[in-house]
Structures are given as C-alpha cells and as structure tokens.
Ligand binder design. Structure first.
Ligand code: SIN
Length: 513
C-alpha cells in the first residue's frame, strides 16, 4: 500500500526524533502530526546516549530558586533569568510526566526518586534511570508511547534538507528519502534536531549530529543567539574510538578524583575542584594536558565496587578497551559535548520565522547562559516541548500548495571538522577565528555537501569573533577578561556572510591556517 504524502499536508511537522521531538509530538496528540526522523527512532541521537539525567529541585532541602541560582552561577551571568526561572519551576512536574510515560527512574528503598549530585549543583537533584542509561530508558518509554499514539505518523529514514519559506513564513519542508526528494507542505514546523558535535573531531555526540537544524533555520533566515558558547565535557574516555565515550560527571559526583600520570591531584588551584563548573574544569584539564601531562579519573576507591552497578554503560565501554574502573585508572580528555547557543526562541519556542518553532539543543532559550549546568538540558527539552506543543496547537492550520522537489546534498561535515576543532575549542583567539572564517566562507557559499556544515561553522566563528571577552565556555587568550556588562548575542547567516566577506579582504597570518 502506498500513501500519497499530500494527505499529510497541513499537519504540523516535527523534524527530529530525540526527546524534544517525541515529547512535542506526544503533547500535540490528538492533533495529527508528522514526525520526520533521519534514522530509525532511537538510533544515532544524543538523547539515547545521554548518561546524565534530569535536574530538578525534588529534594526536601531544595527549591526552584536554589536551582536557578546554581544555573545562573554556572552560566556565568548570561542566563535569561526569567526564562530559566520558568523552566526550572516546571522541572519537577516534567519528571512526573516522564514517569507517567513509564520511565523507570532510579528510586531509593523507600520508593522516592534517588537524587544524584553533579558539578556546580549545590544540592543532590539529578534523577537517573538505570544509572547511566537514562537517555536510553527515556527514549524506550517515549518511543513506545509515540508508536501507540494513532495521531502521530512517524516517517523514518527521511532527512530534512531545506525549509520552504515565503515572506518570512514557513510553507513546508524539502526532504530526502529512499525514493528521492519529497516536499511536505505545512505552515507549522518544529525543529528538534539536536546538536553540533559532528562538526568536531572529538565529541561525545553521535557523528550524525552536525547542526542540520541550525542549517535549516539559517537558510530560512532565522535569528540565532549565543552561538559562540559550546560546551566541552571535561571527562571523555581518551581511547581510540570516535565519537568518544562520555564518563559522566555523576562519577565525580560519587567521589572519583582527577589525577595525572604522577598519581598526584592537580586541581589544587581550582575552586570546586572535581565538581567545578564544566567550563572551568574543562580548561583546567586542557591546560594540564597542554603542559605535557596525561589525565586520569581515579574511581578505584569511590565509587569503587559500586561502579558497574551505578554506571553499567561506562563500565562496559571501559571493559571494551581492557580497563576495569575498580582496578585501573581511566584516561580522559575534554571533548565537545553540548551547544548552549542555537536558534533564538521566545517563551513558546517560536523562532523569528513565522510558523517555525525550535525545541531542545537546537534552540536557544537563554536557560544555559555561557555554560550549561549539568543535566539541565534534558529537563529543558521536556519542559519546553509542552510549551511548543501548546503554541503549535494554538496556531491555525492553513492550506499549502505542493512545490517542486529540489535537490540539496546530504550534509558532509568532514571537511569542516579540522577548522572548527582548531579555532572553536576550549581556548580561542582572534587570529585562529579569522583563519577559520577565511577557510569556511568558500565552503559555505558553495553547493558542495559541506556547504551547510560550513555555514553553521561560519556563523559560530563570527559570533565568537564578535565576543571580545572571555565568559563561560568562550575563552579567548586575546580577551581573557569579562566585559563589564554580560550581553547575549544575536546573529543571522546573512550577517555572518557579510562579516566573513569583509574579513576575506584581510590577509591571514602565516602558520594559522
Ligand atoms: C554527564 O553525565 O556528565 C552529562 C550530563 C549532561 O551533559 O548534562
């Protein structure tokens, strides 16, 4: 039996099958929706890989104001306080909602949620499911719920390539699938496409997460905020595998220590030490590596014998390279992990393009500021999905016309990875950023497969060049201090192109390309 895709015209389209996309679809029920996923649901998505849990003020010693204070402190004063306050207020009920979908959160013997500690949290407030299998367990429950919801049509193996836009309003999605290029007409589209790790050589994200949602929004003319803020996780397993295995912060929360090859701790000057905010710790580890040391996580005493019970995924990855965390030190190095910036959205997830919403990592709500507090992102995706769904449901469906399919290549991030990894890492400087802009501009302007990843990289590079200060995850050796006033940033692809073209008139210093 074949289905005429025109029968789906007018339905809201959700692009992306991670937690943000699935939750948005579930909240929209019983309104019929179309969910487009590049892969089989649950495959190749950061959501499934998420080890860390969801942060929410659930403990008796906790409340949303304390959670907010920790979020703002970790975000280096750049968070949108109103938005962050709203999201964190809703966090406990979002977790209840997930439990209602059957997510088997870890509980104490008495049956209450087991609360873990992660860096820069002043309270135990992280919930997990099956220890470090949290993302997998949430996805398992949500996929089952989606599959049994008749109003949600899931189309797997379909890659969105362009948004159709007229007069700054969405008209549909051009996508590619096994039968070729197809057009889905709709005036309501939600981006839930995840992050950008695939643009980097060292990342904890699936390599297919290469900023597709940012590229779709950029080519549609959307405004972005805080793109320069990219989070590097301090402890990725320093083994041969790419993408890299994350060694969850929860391992340090349970007492594991960082030492170097001499067996000595090296974080004496770092306030908070192993539980310092992620940007601070990633820089400390990076600097120690750069001065010729190796860095290890020592989990032999704490969590010690409990390691495999709390962290079965990590224990199995360690075993894969012949390590037993109870006996051996775990070699680590920082790796790209999360993007704080994204498509600028309002309190309902609406972007600057009419009929386009964004939810999850692809969106920039202002919650994370310059450095995300651990485990706030799954919470954000779950909370915001409801607001996005309400806003989409409140926007009337209008007819759209079919459009001819056009041919856009599948994005290939390979050529851009070296440039982004070199210029947009933990330590940056103006000359390196200019060199990256110089290299990315021709790729971004081309019709090659690397054009979309390069366009995303170019916007991030120009945003990083514009920010002439160091704040949170954005550290510039040529501007090592905070500016007096913390300001969120905005950029469009058009502006990034204009600035990069101007820079291209300037010579690039030798040895930095
Ligand atoms: C972790 O478990 O360390 C990652 C959690 C997160 O990225 O929020």
């Amino acid at each position: 039996m074949s289905t005429d895709i025109r029968s789906f015209f007018g339905r809201p389209i959700i692009i992306g099958g991670g937690i943000a996309g699935l939750m948005t679809a579930l909240h929209l029920a019983p309104e019929p929706v179309l969910l487009l996923s590049r892969t089989l649901l649950g495959a190749d998505t950061s959501s499934t890989w998420a080890q860390g849990g969801l942060a929410a003020s659930l403990g008796e010693d906790d409340d949303p104001a304390l959670h907010l204070a920790d979020t703002i402190a970790a975000g280096d004063e750049l968070c949108d306080k109103d938005m962050a306050g709203r999201i964190l207020q809703d966090a406990p009920s979002a977790i209840e909602g997930l439990a209602g979908f059957g997510v088997p959160f870890d509980r104490t013997f008495k049956g209450s949620l087991r609360l873990g500690l992660e860096a820069a949290h002043s309270r135990r407030r992280i919930v997990h499911a099956h220890g470090d299998g949290t993302g997998r367990e949430i996805m398992r429950a949500l996929i089952a719920a989606v599959r049994s919801t008749p109003s949600i049509v899931v189309v797997e193996g379909v890659e969105a390539r362009r948004l159709a836009v007229r007069e700054n309003a969405i008209r549909g999605v051009w996508a590619s699938c096994s039968i070729g290029q197809v057009f889905f007409g709709s005036r309501r589209v939600v981006l839930a496409t995840g992050g950008i790790g695939g643009l980097f050589l060292d990342t904890t994200n699936p390599s297919g997460s290469c900023g597709q949602g940012l590229a779709l929004a950029a080519r549609a003319g959307a405004v972005f905020s805080d793109l320069e803020f990219i989070q590097f996780h301090p402890t990725a397993l320093d083994g041969p595998e790419r993408p890299m295995t994350l060694i969850s912060e929860a391992v340090r929360g349970e007492g594991a220590a960082l030492i170097d090859e001499t067996g000595q701790p090296f974080l004496q000057g770092v306030p908070g030490a192993e539980l310092a905010p992620r940007d601070v710790l990633a820089r400390a580890v990076w600097n120690h590596l750069a001065s010729g040391h190796r860095v290890f996580l020592d989990a032999r005493q704490r969590p010690g014998p409990a390691f495999a019970r709390h962290f079965p995924t990590i224990a199995s990855a360690c075993r894969g390279i012949g390590l037993n965390p109870v006996r051996d030190l775990i070699p680590i190095r920082p790796a790209q992990h999360y993007h704080m910036g994204g498509v600028a959205v309002d309190g309902s997830g609406r972007t600057s393009v009419k009929g386009l919403w964004a939810c999850g990592e692809v969106a920039s709500t202002g919650l994370h500021g310059a450095n995300r507090l651990a485990s706030n992102s799954l919470t954000e995706a779950v909370v915001c999905a409801r607001w996005v769904a309400e806003s989409v449901a409140g926007t009337p469906a209008r007819r759209t016309k079919p459009a001819f399919a056009d041919n856009y290549p599948s994005p290939d991030p390979l050529p851009v990875r070296p440039f982004l990894s070199r210029a947009l890492g933990i330590v940056r400087d103006g000359e390196g950023l200019k060199a990256a802009a110089h290299a990315l501009l021709p790729l971004a302007q081309s019709k090659d497969a690397s054009s979309d990843p390069a366009a995303v990289g170019l916007m991030i590079t120009i945003a990083a060049l514009r920010r002439r200060e160091s704040r949170g995850a954005h550290f510039r050796t040529d501007f090592p201090h905070h500016a007096t006033v913390a300001r969120r940033s905005e950029i469009t692809l058009e502006a990034a192109f204009a600035e990069a073209r101007e820079l291209a008139q300037l010579p690039v210093l030798e040895g930095v390309t």
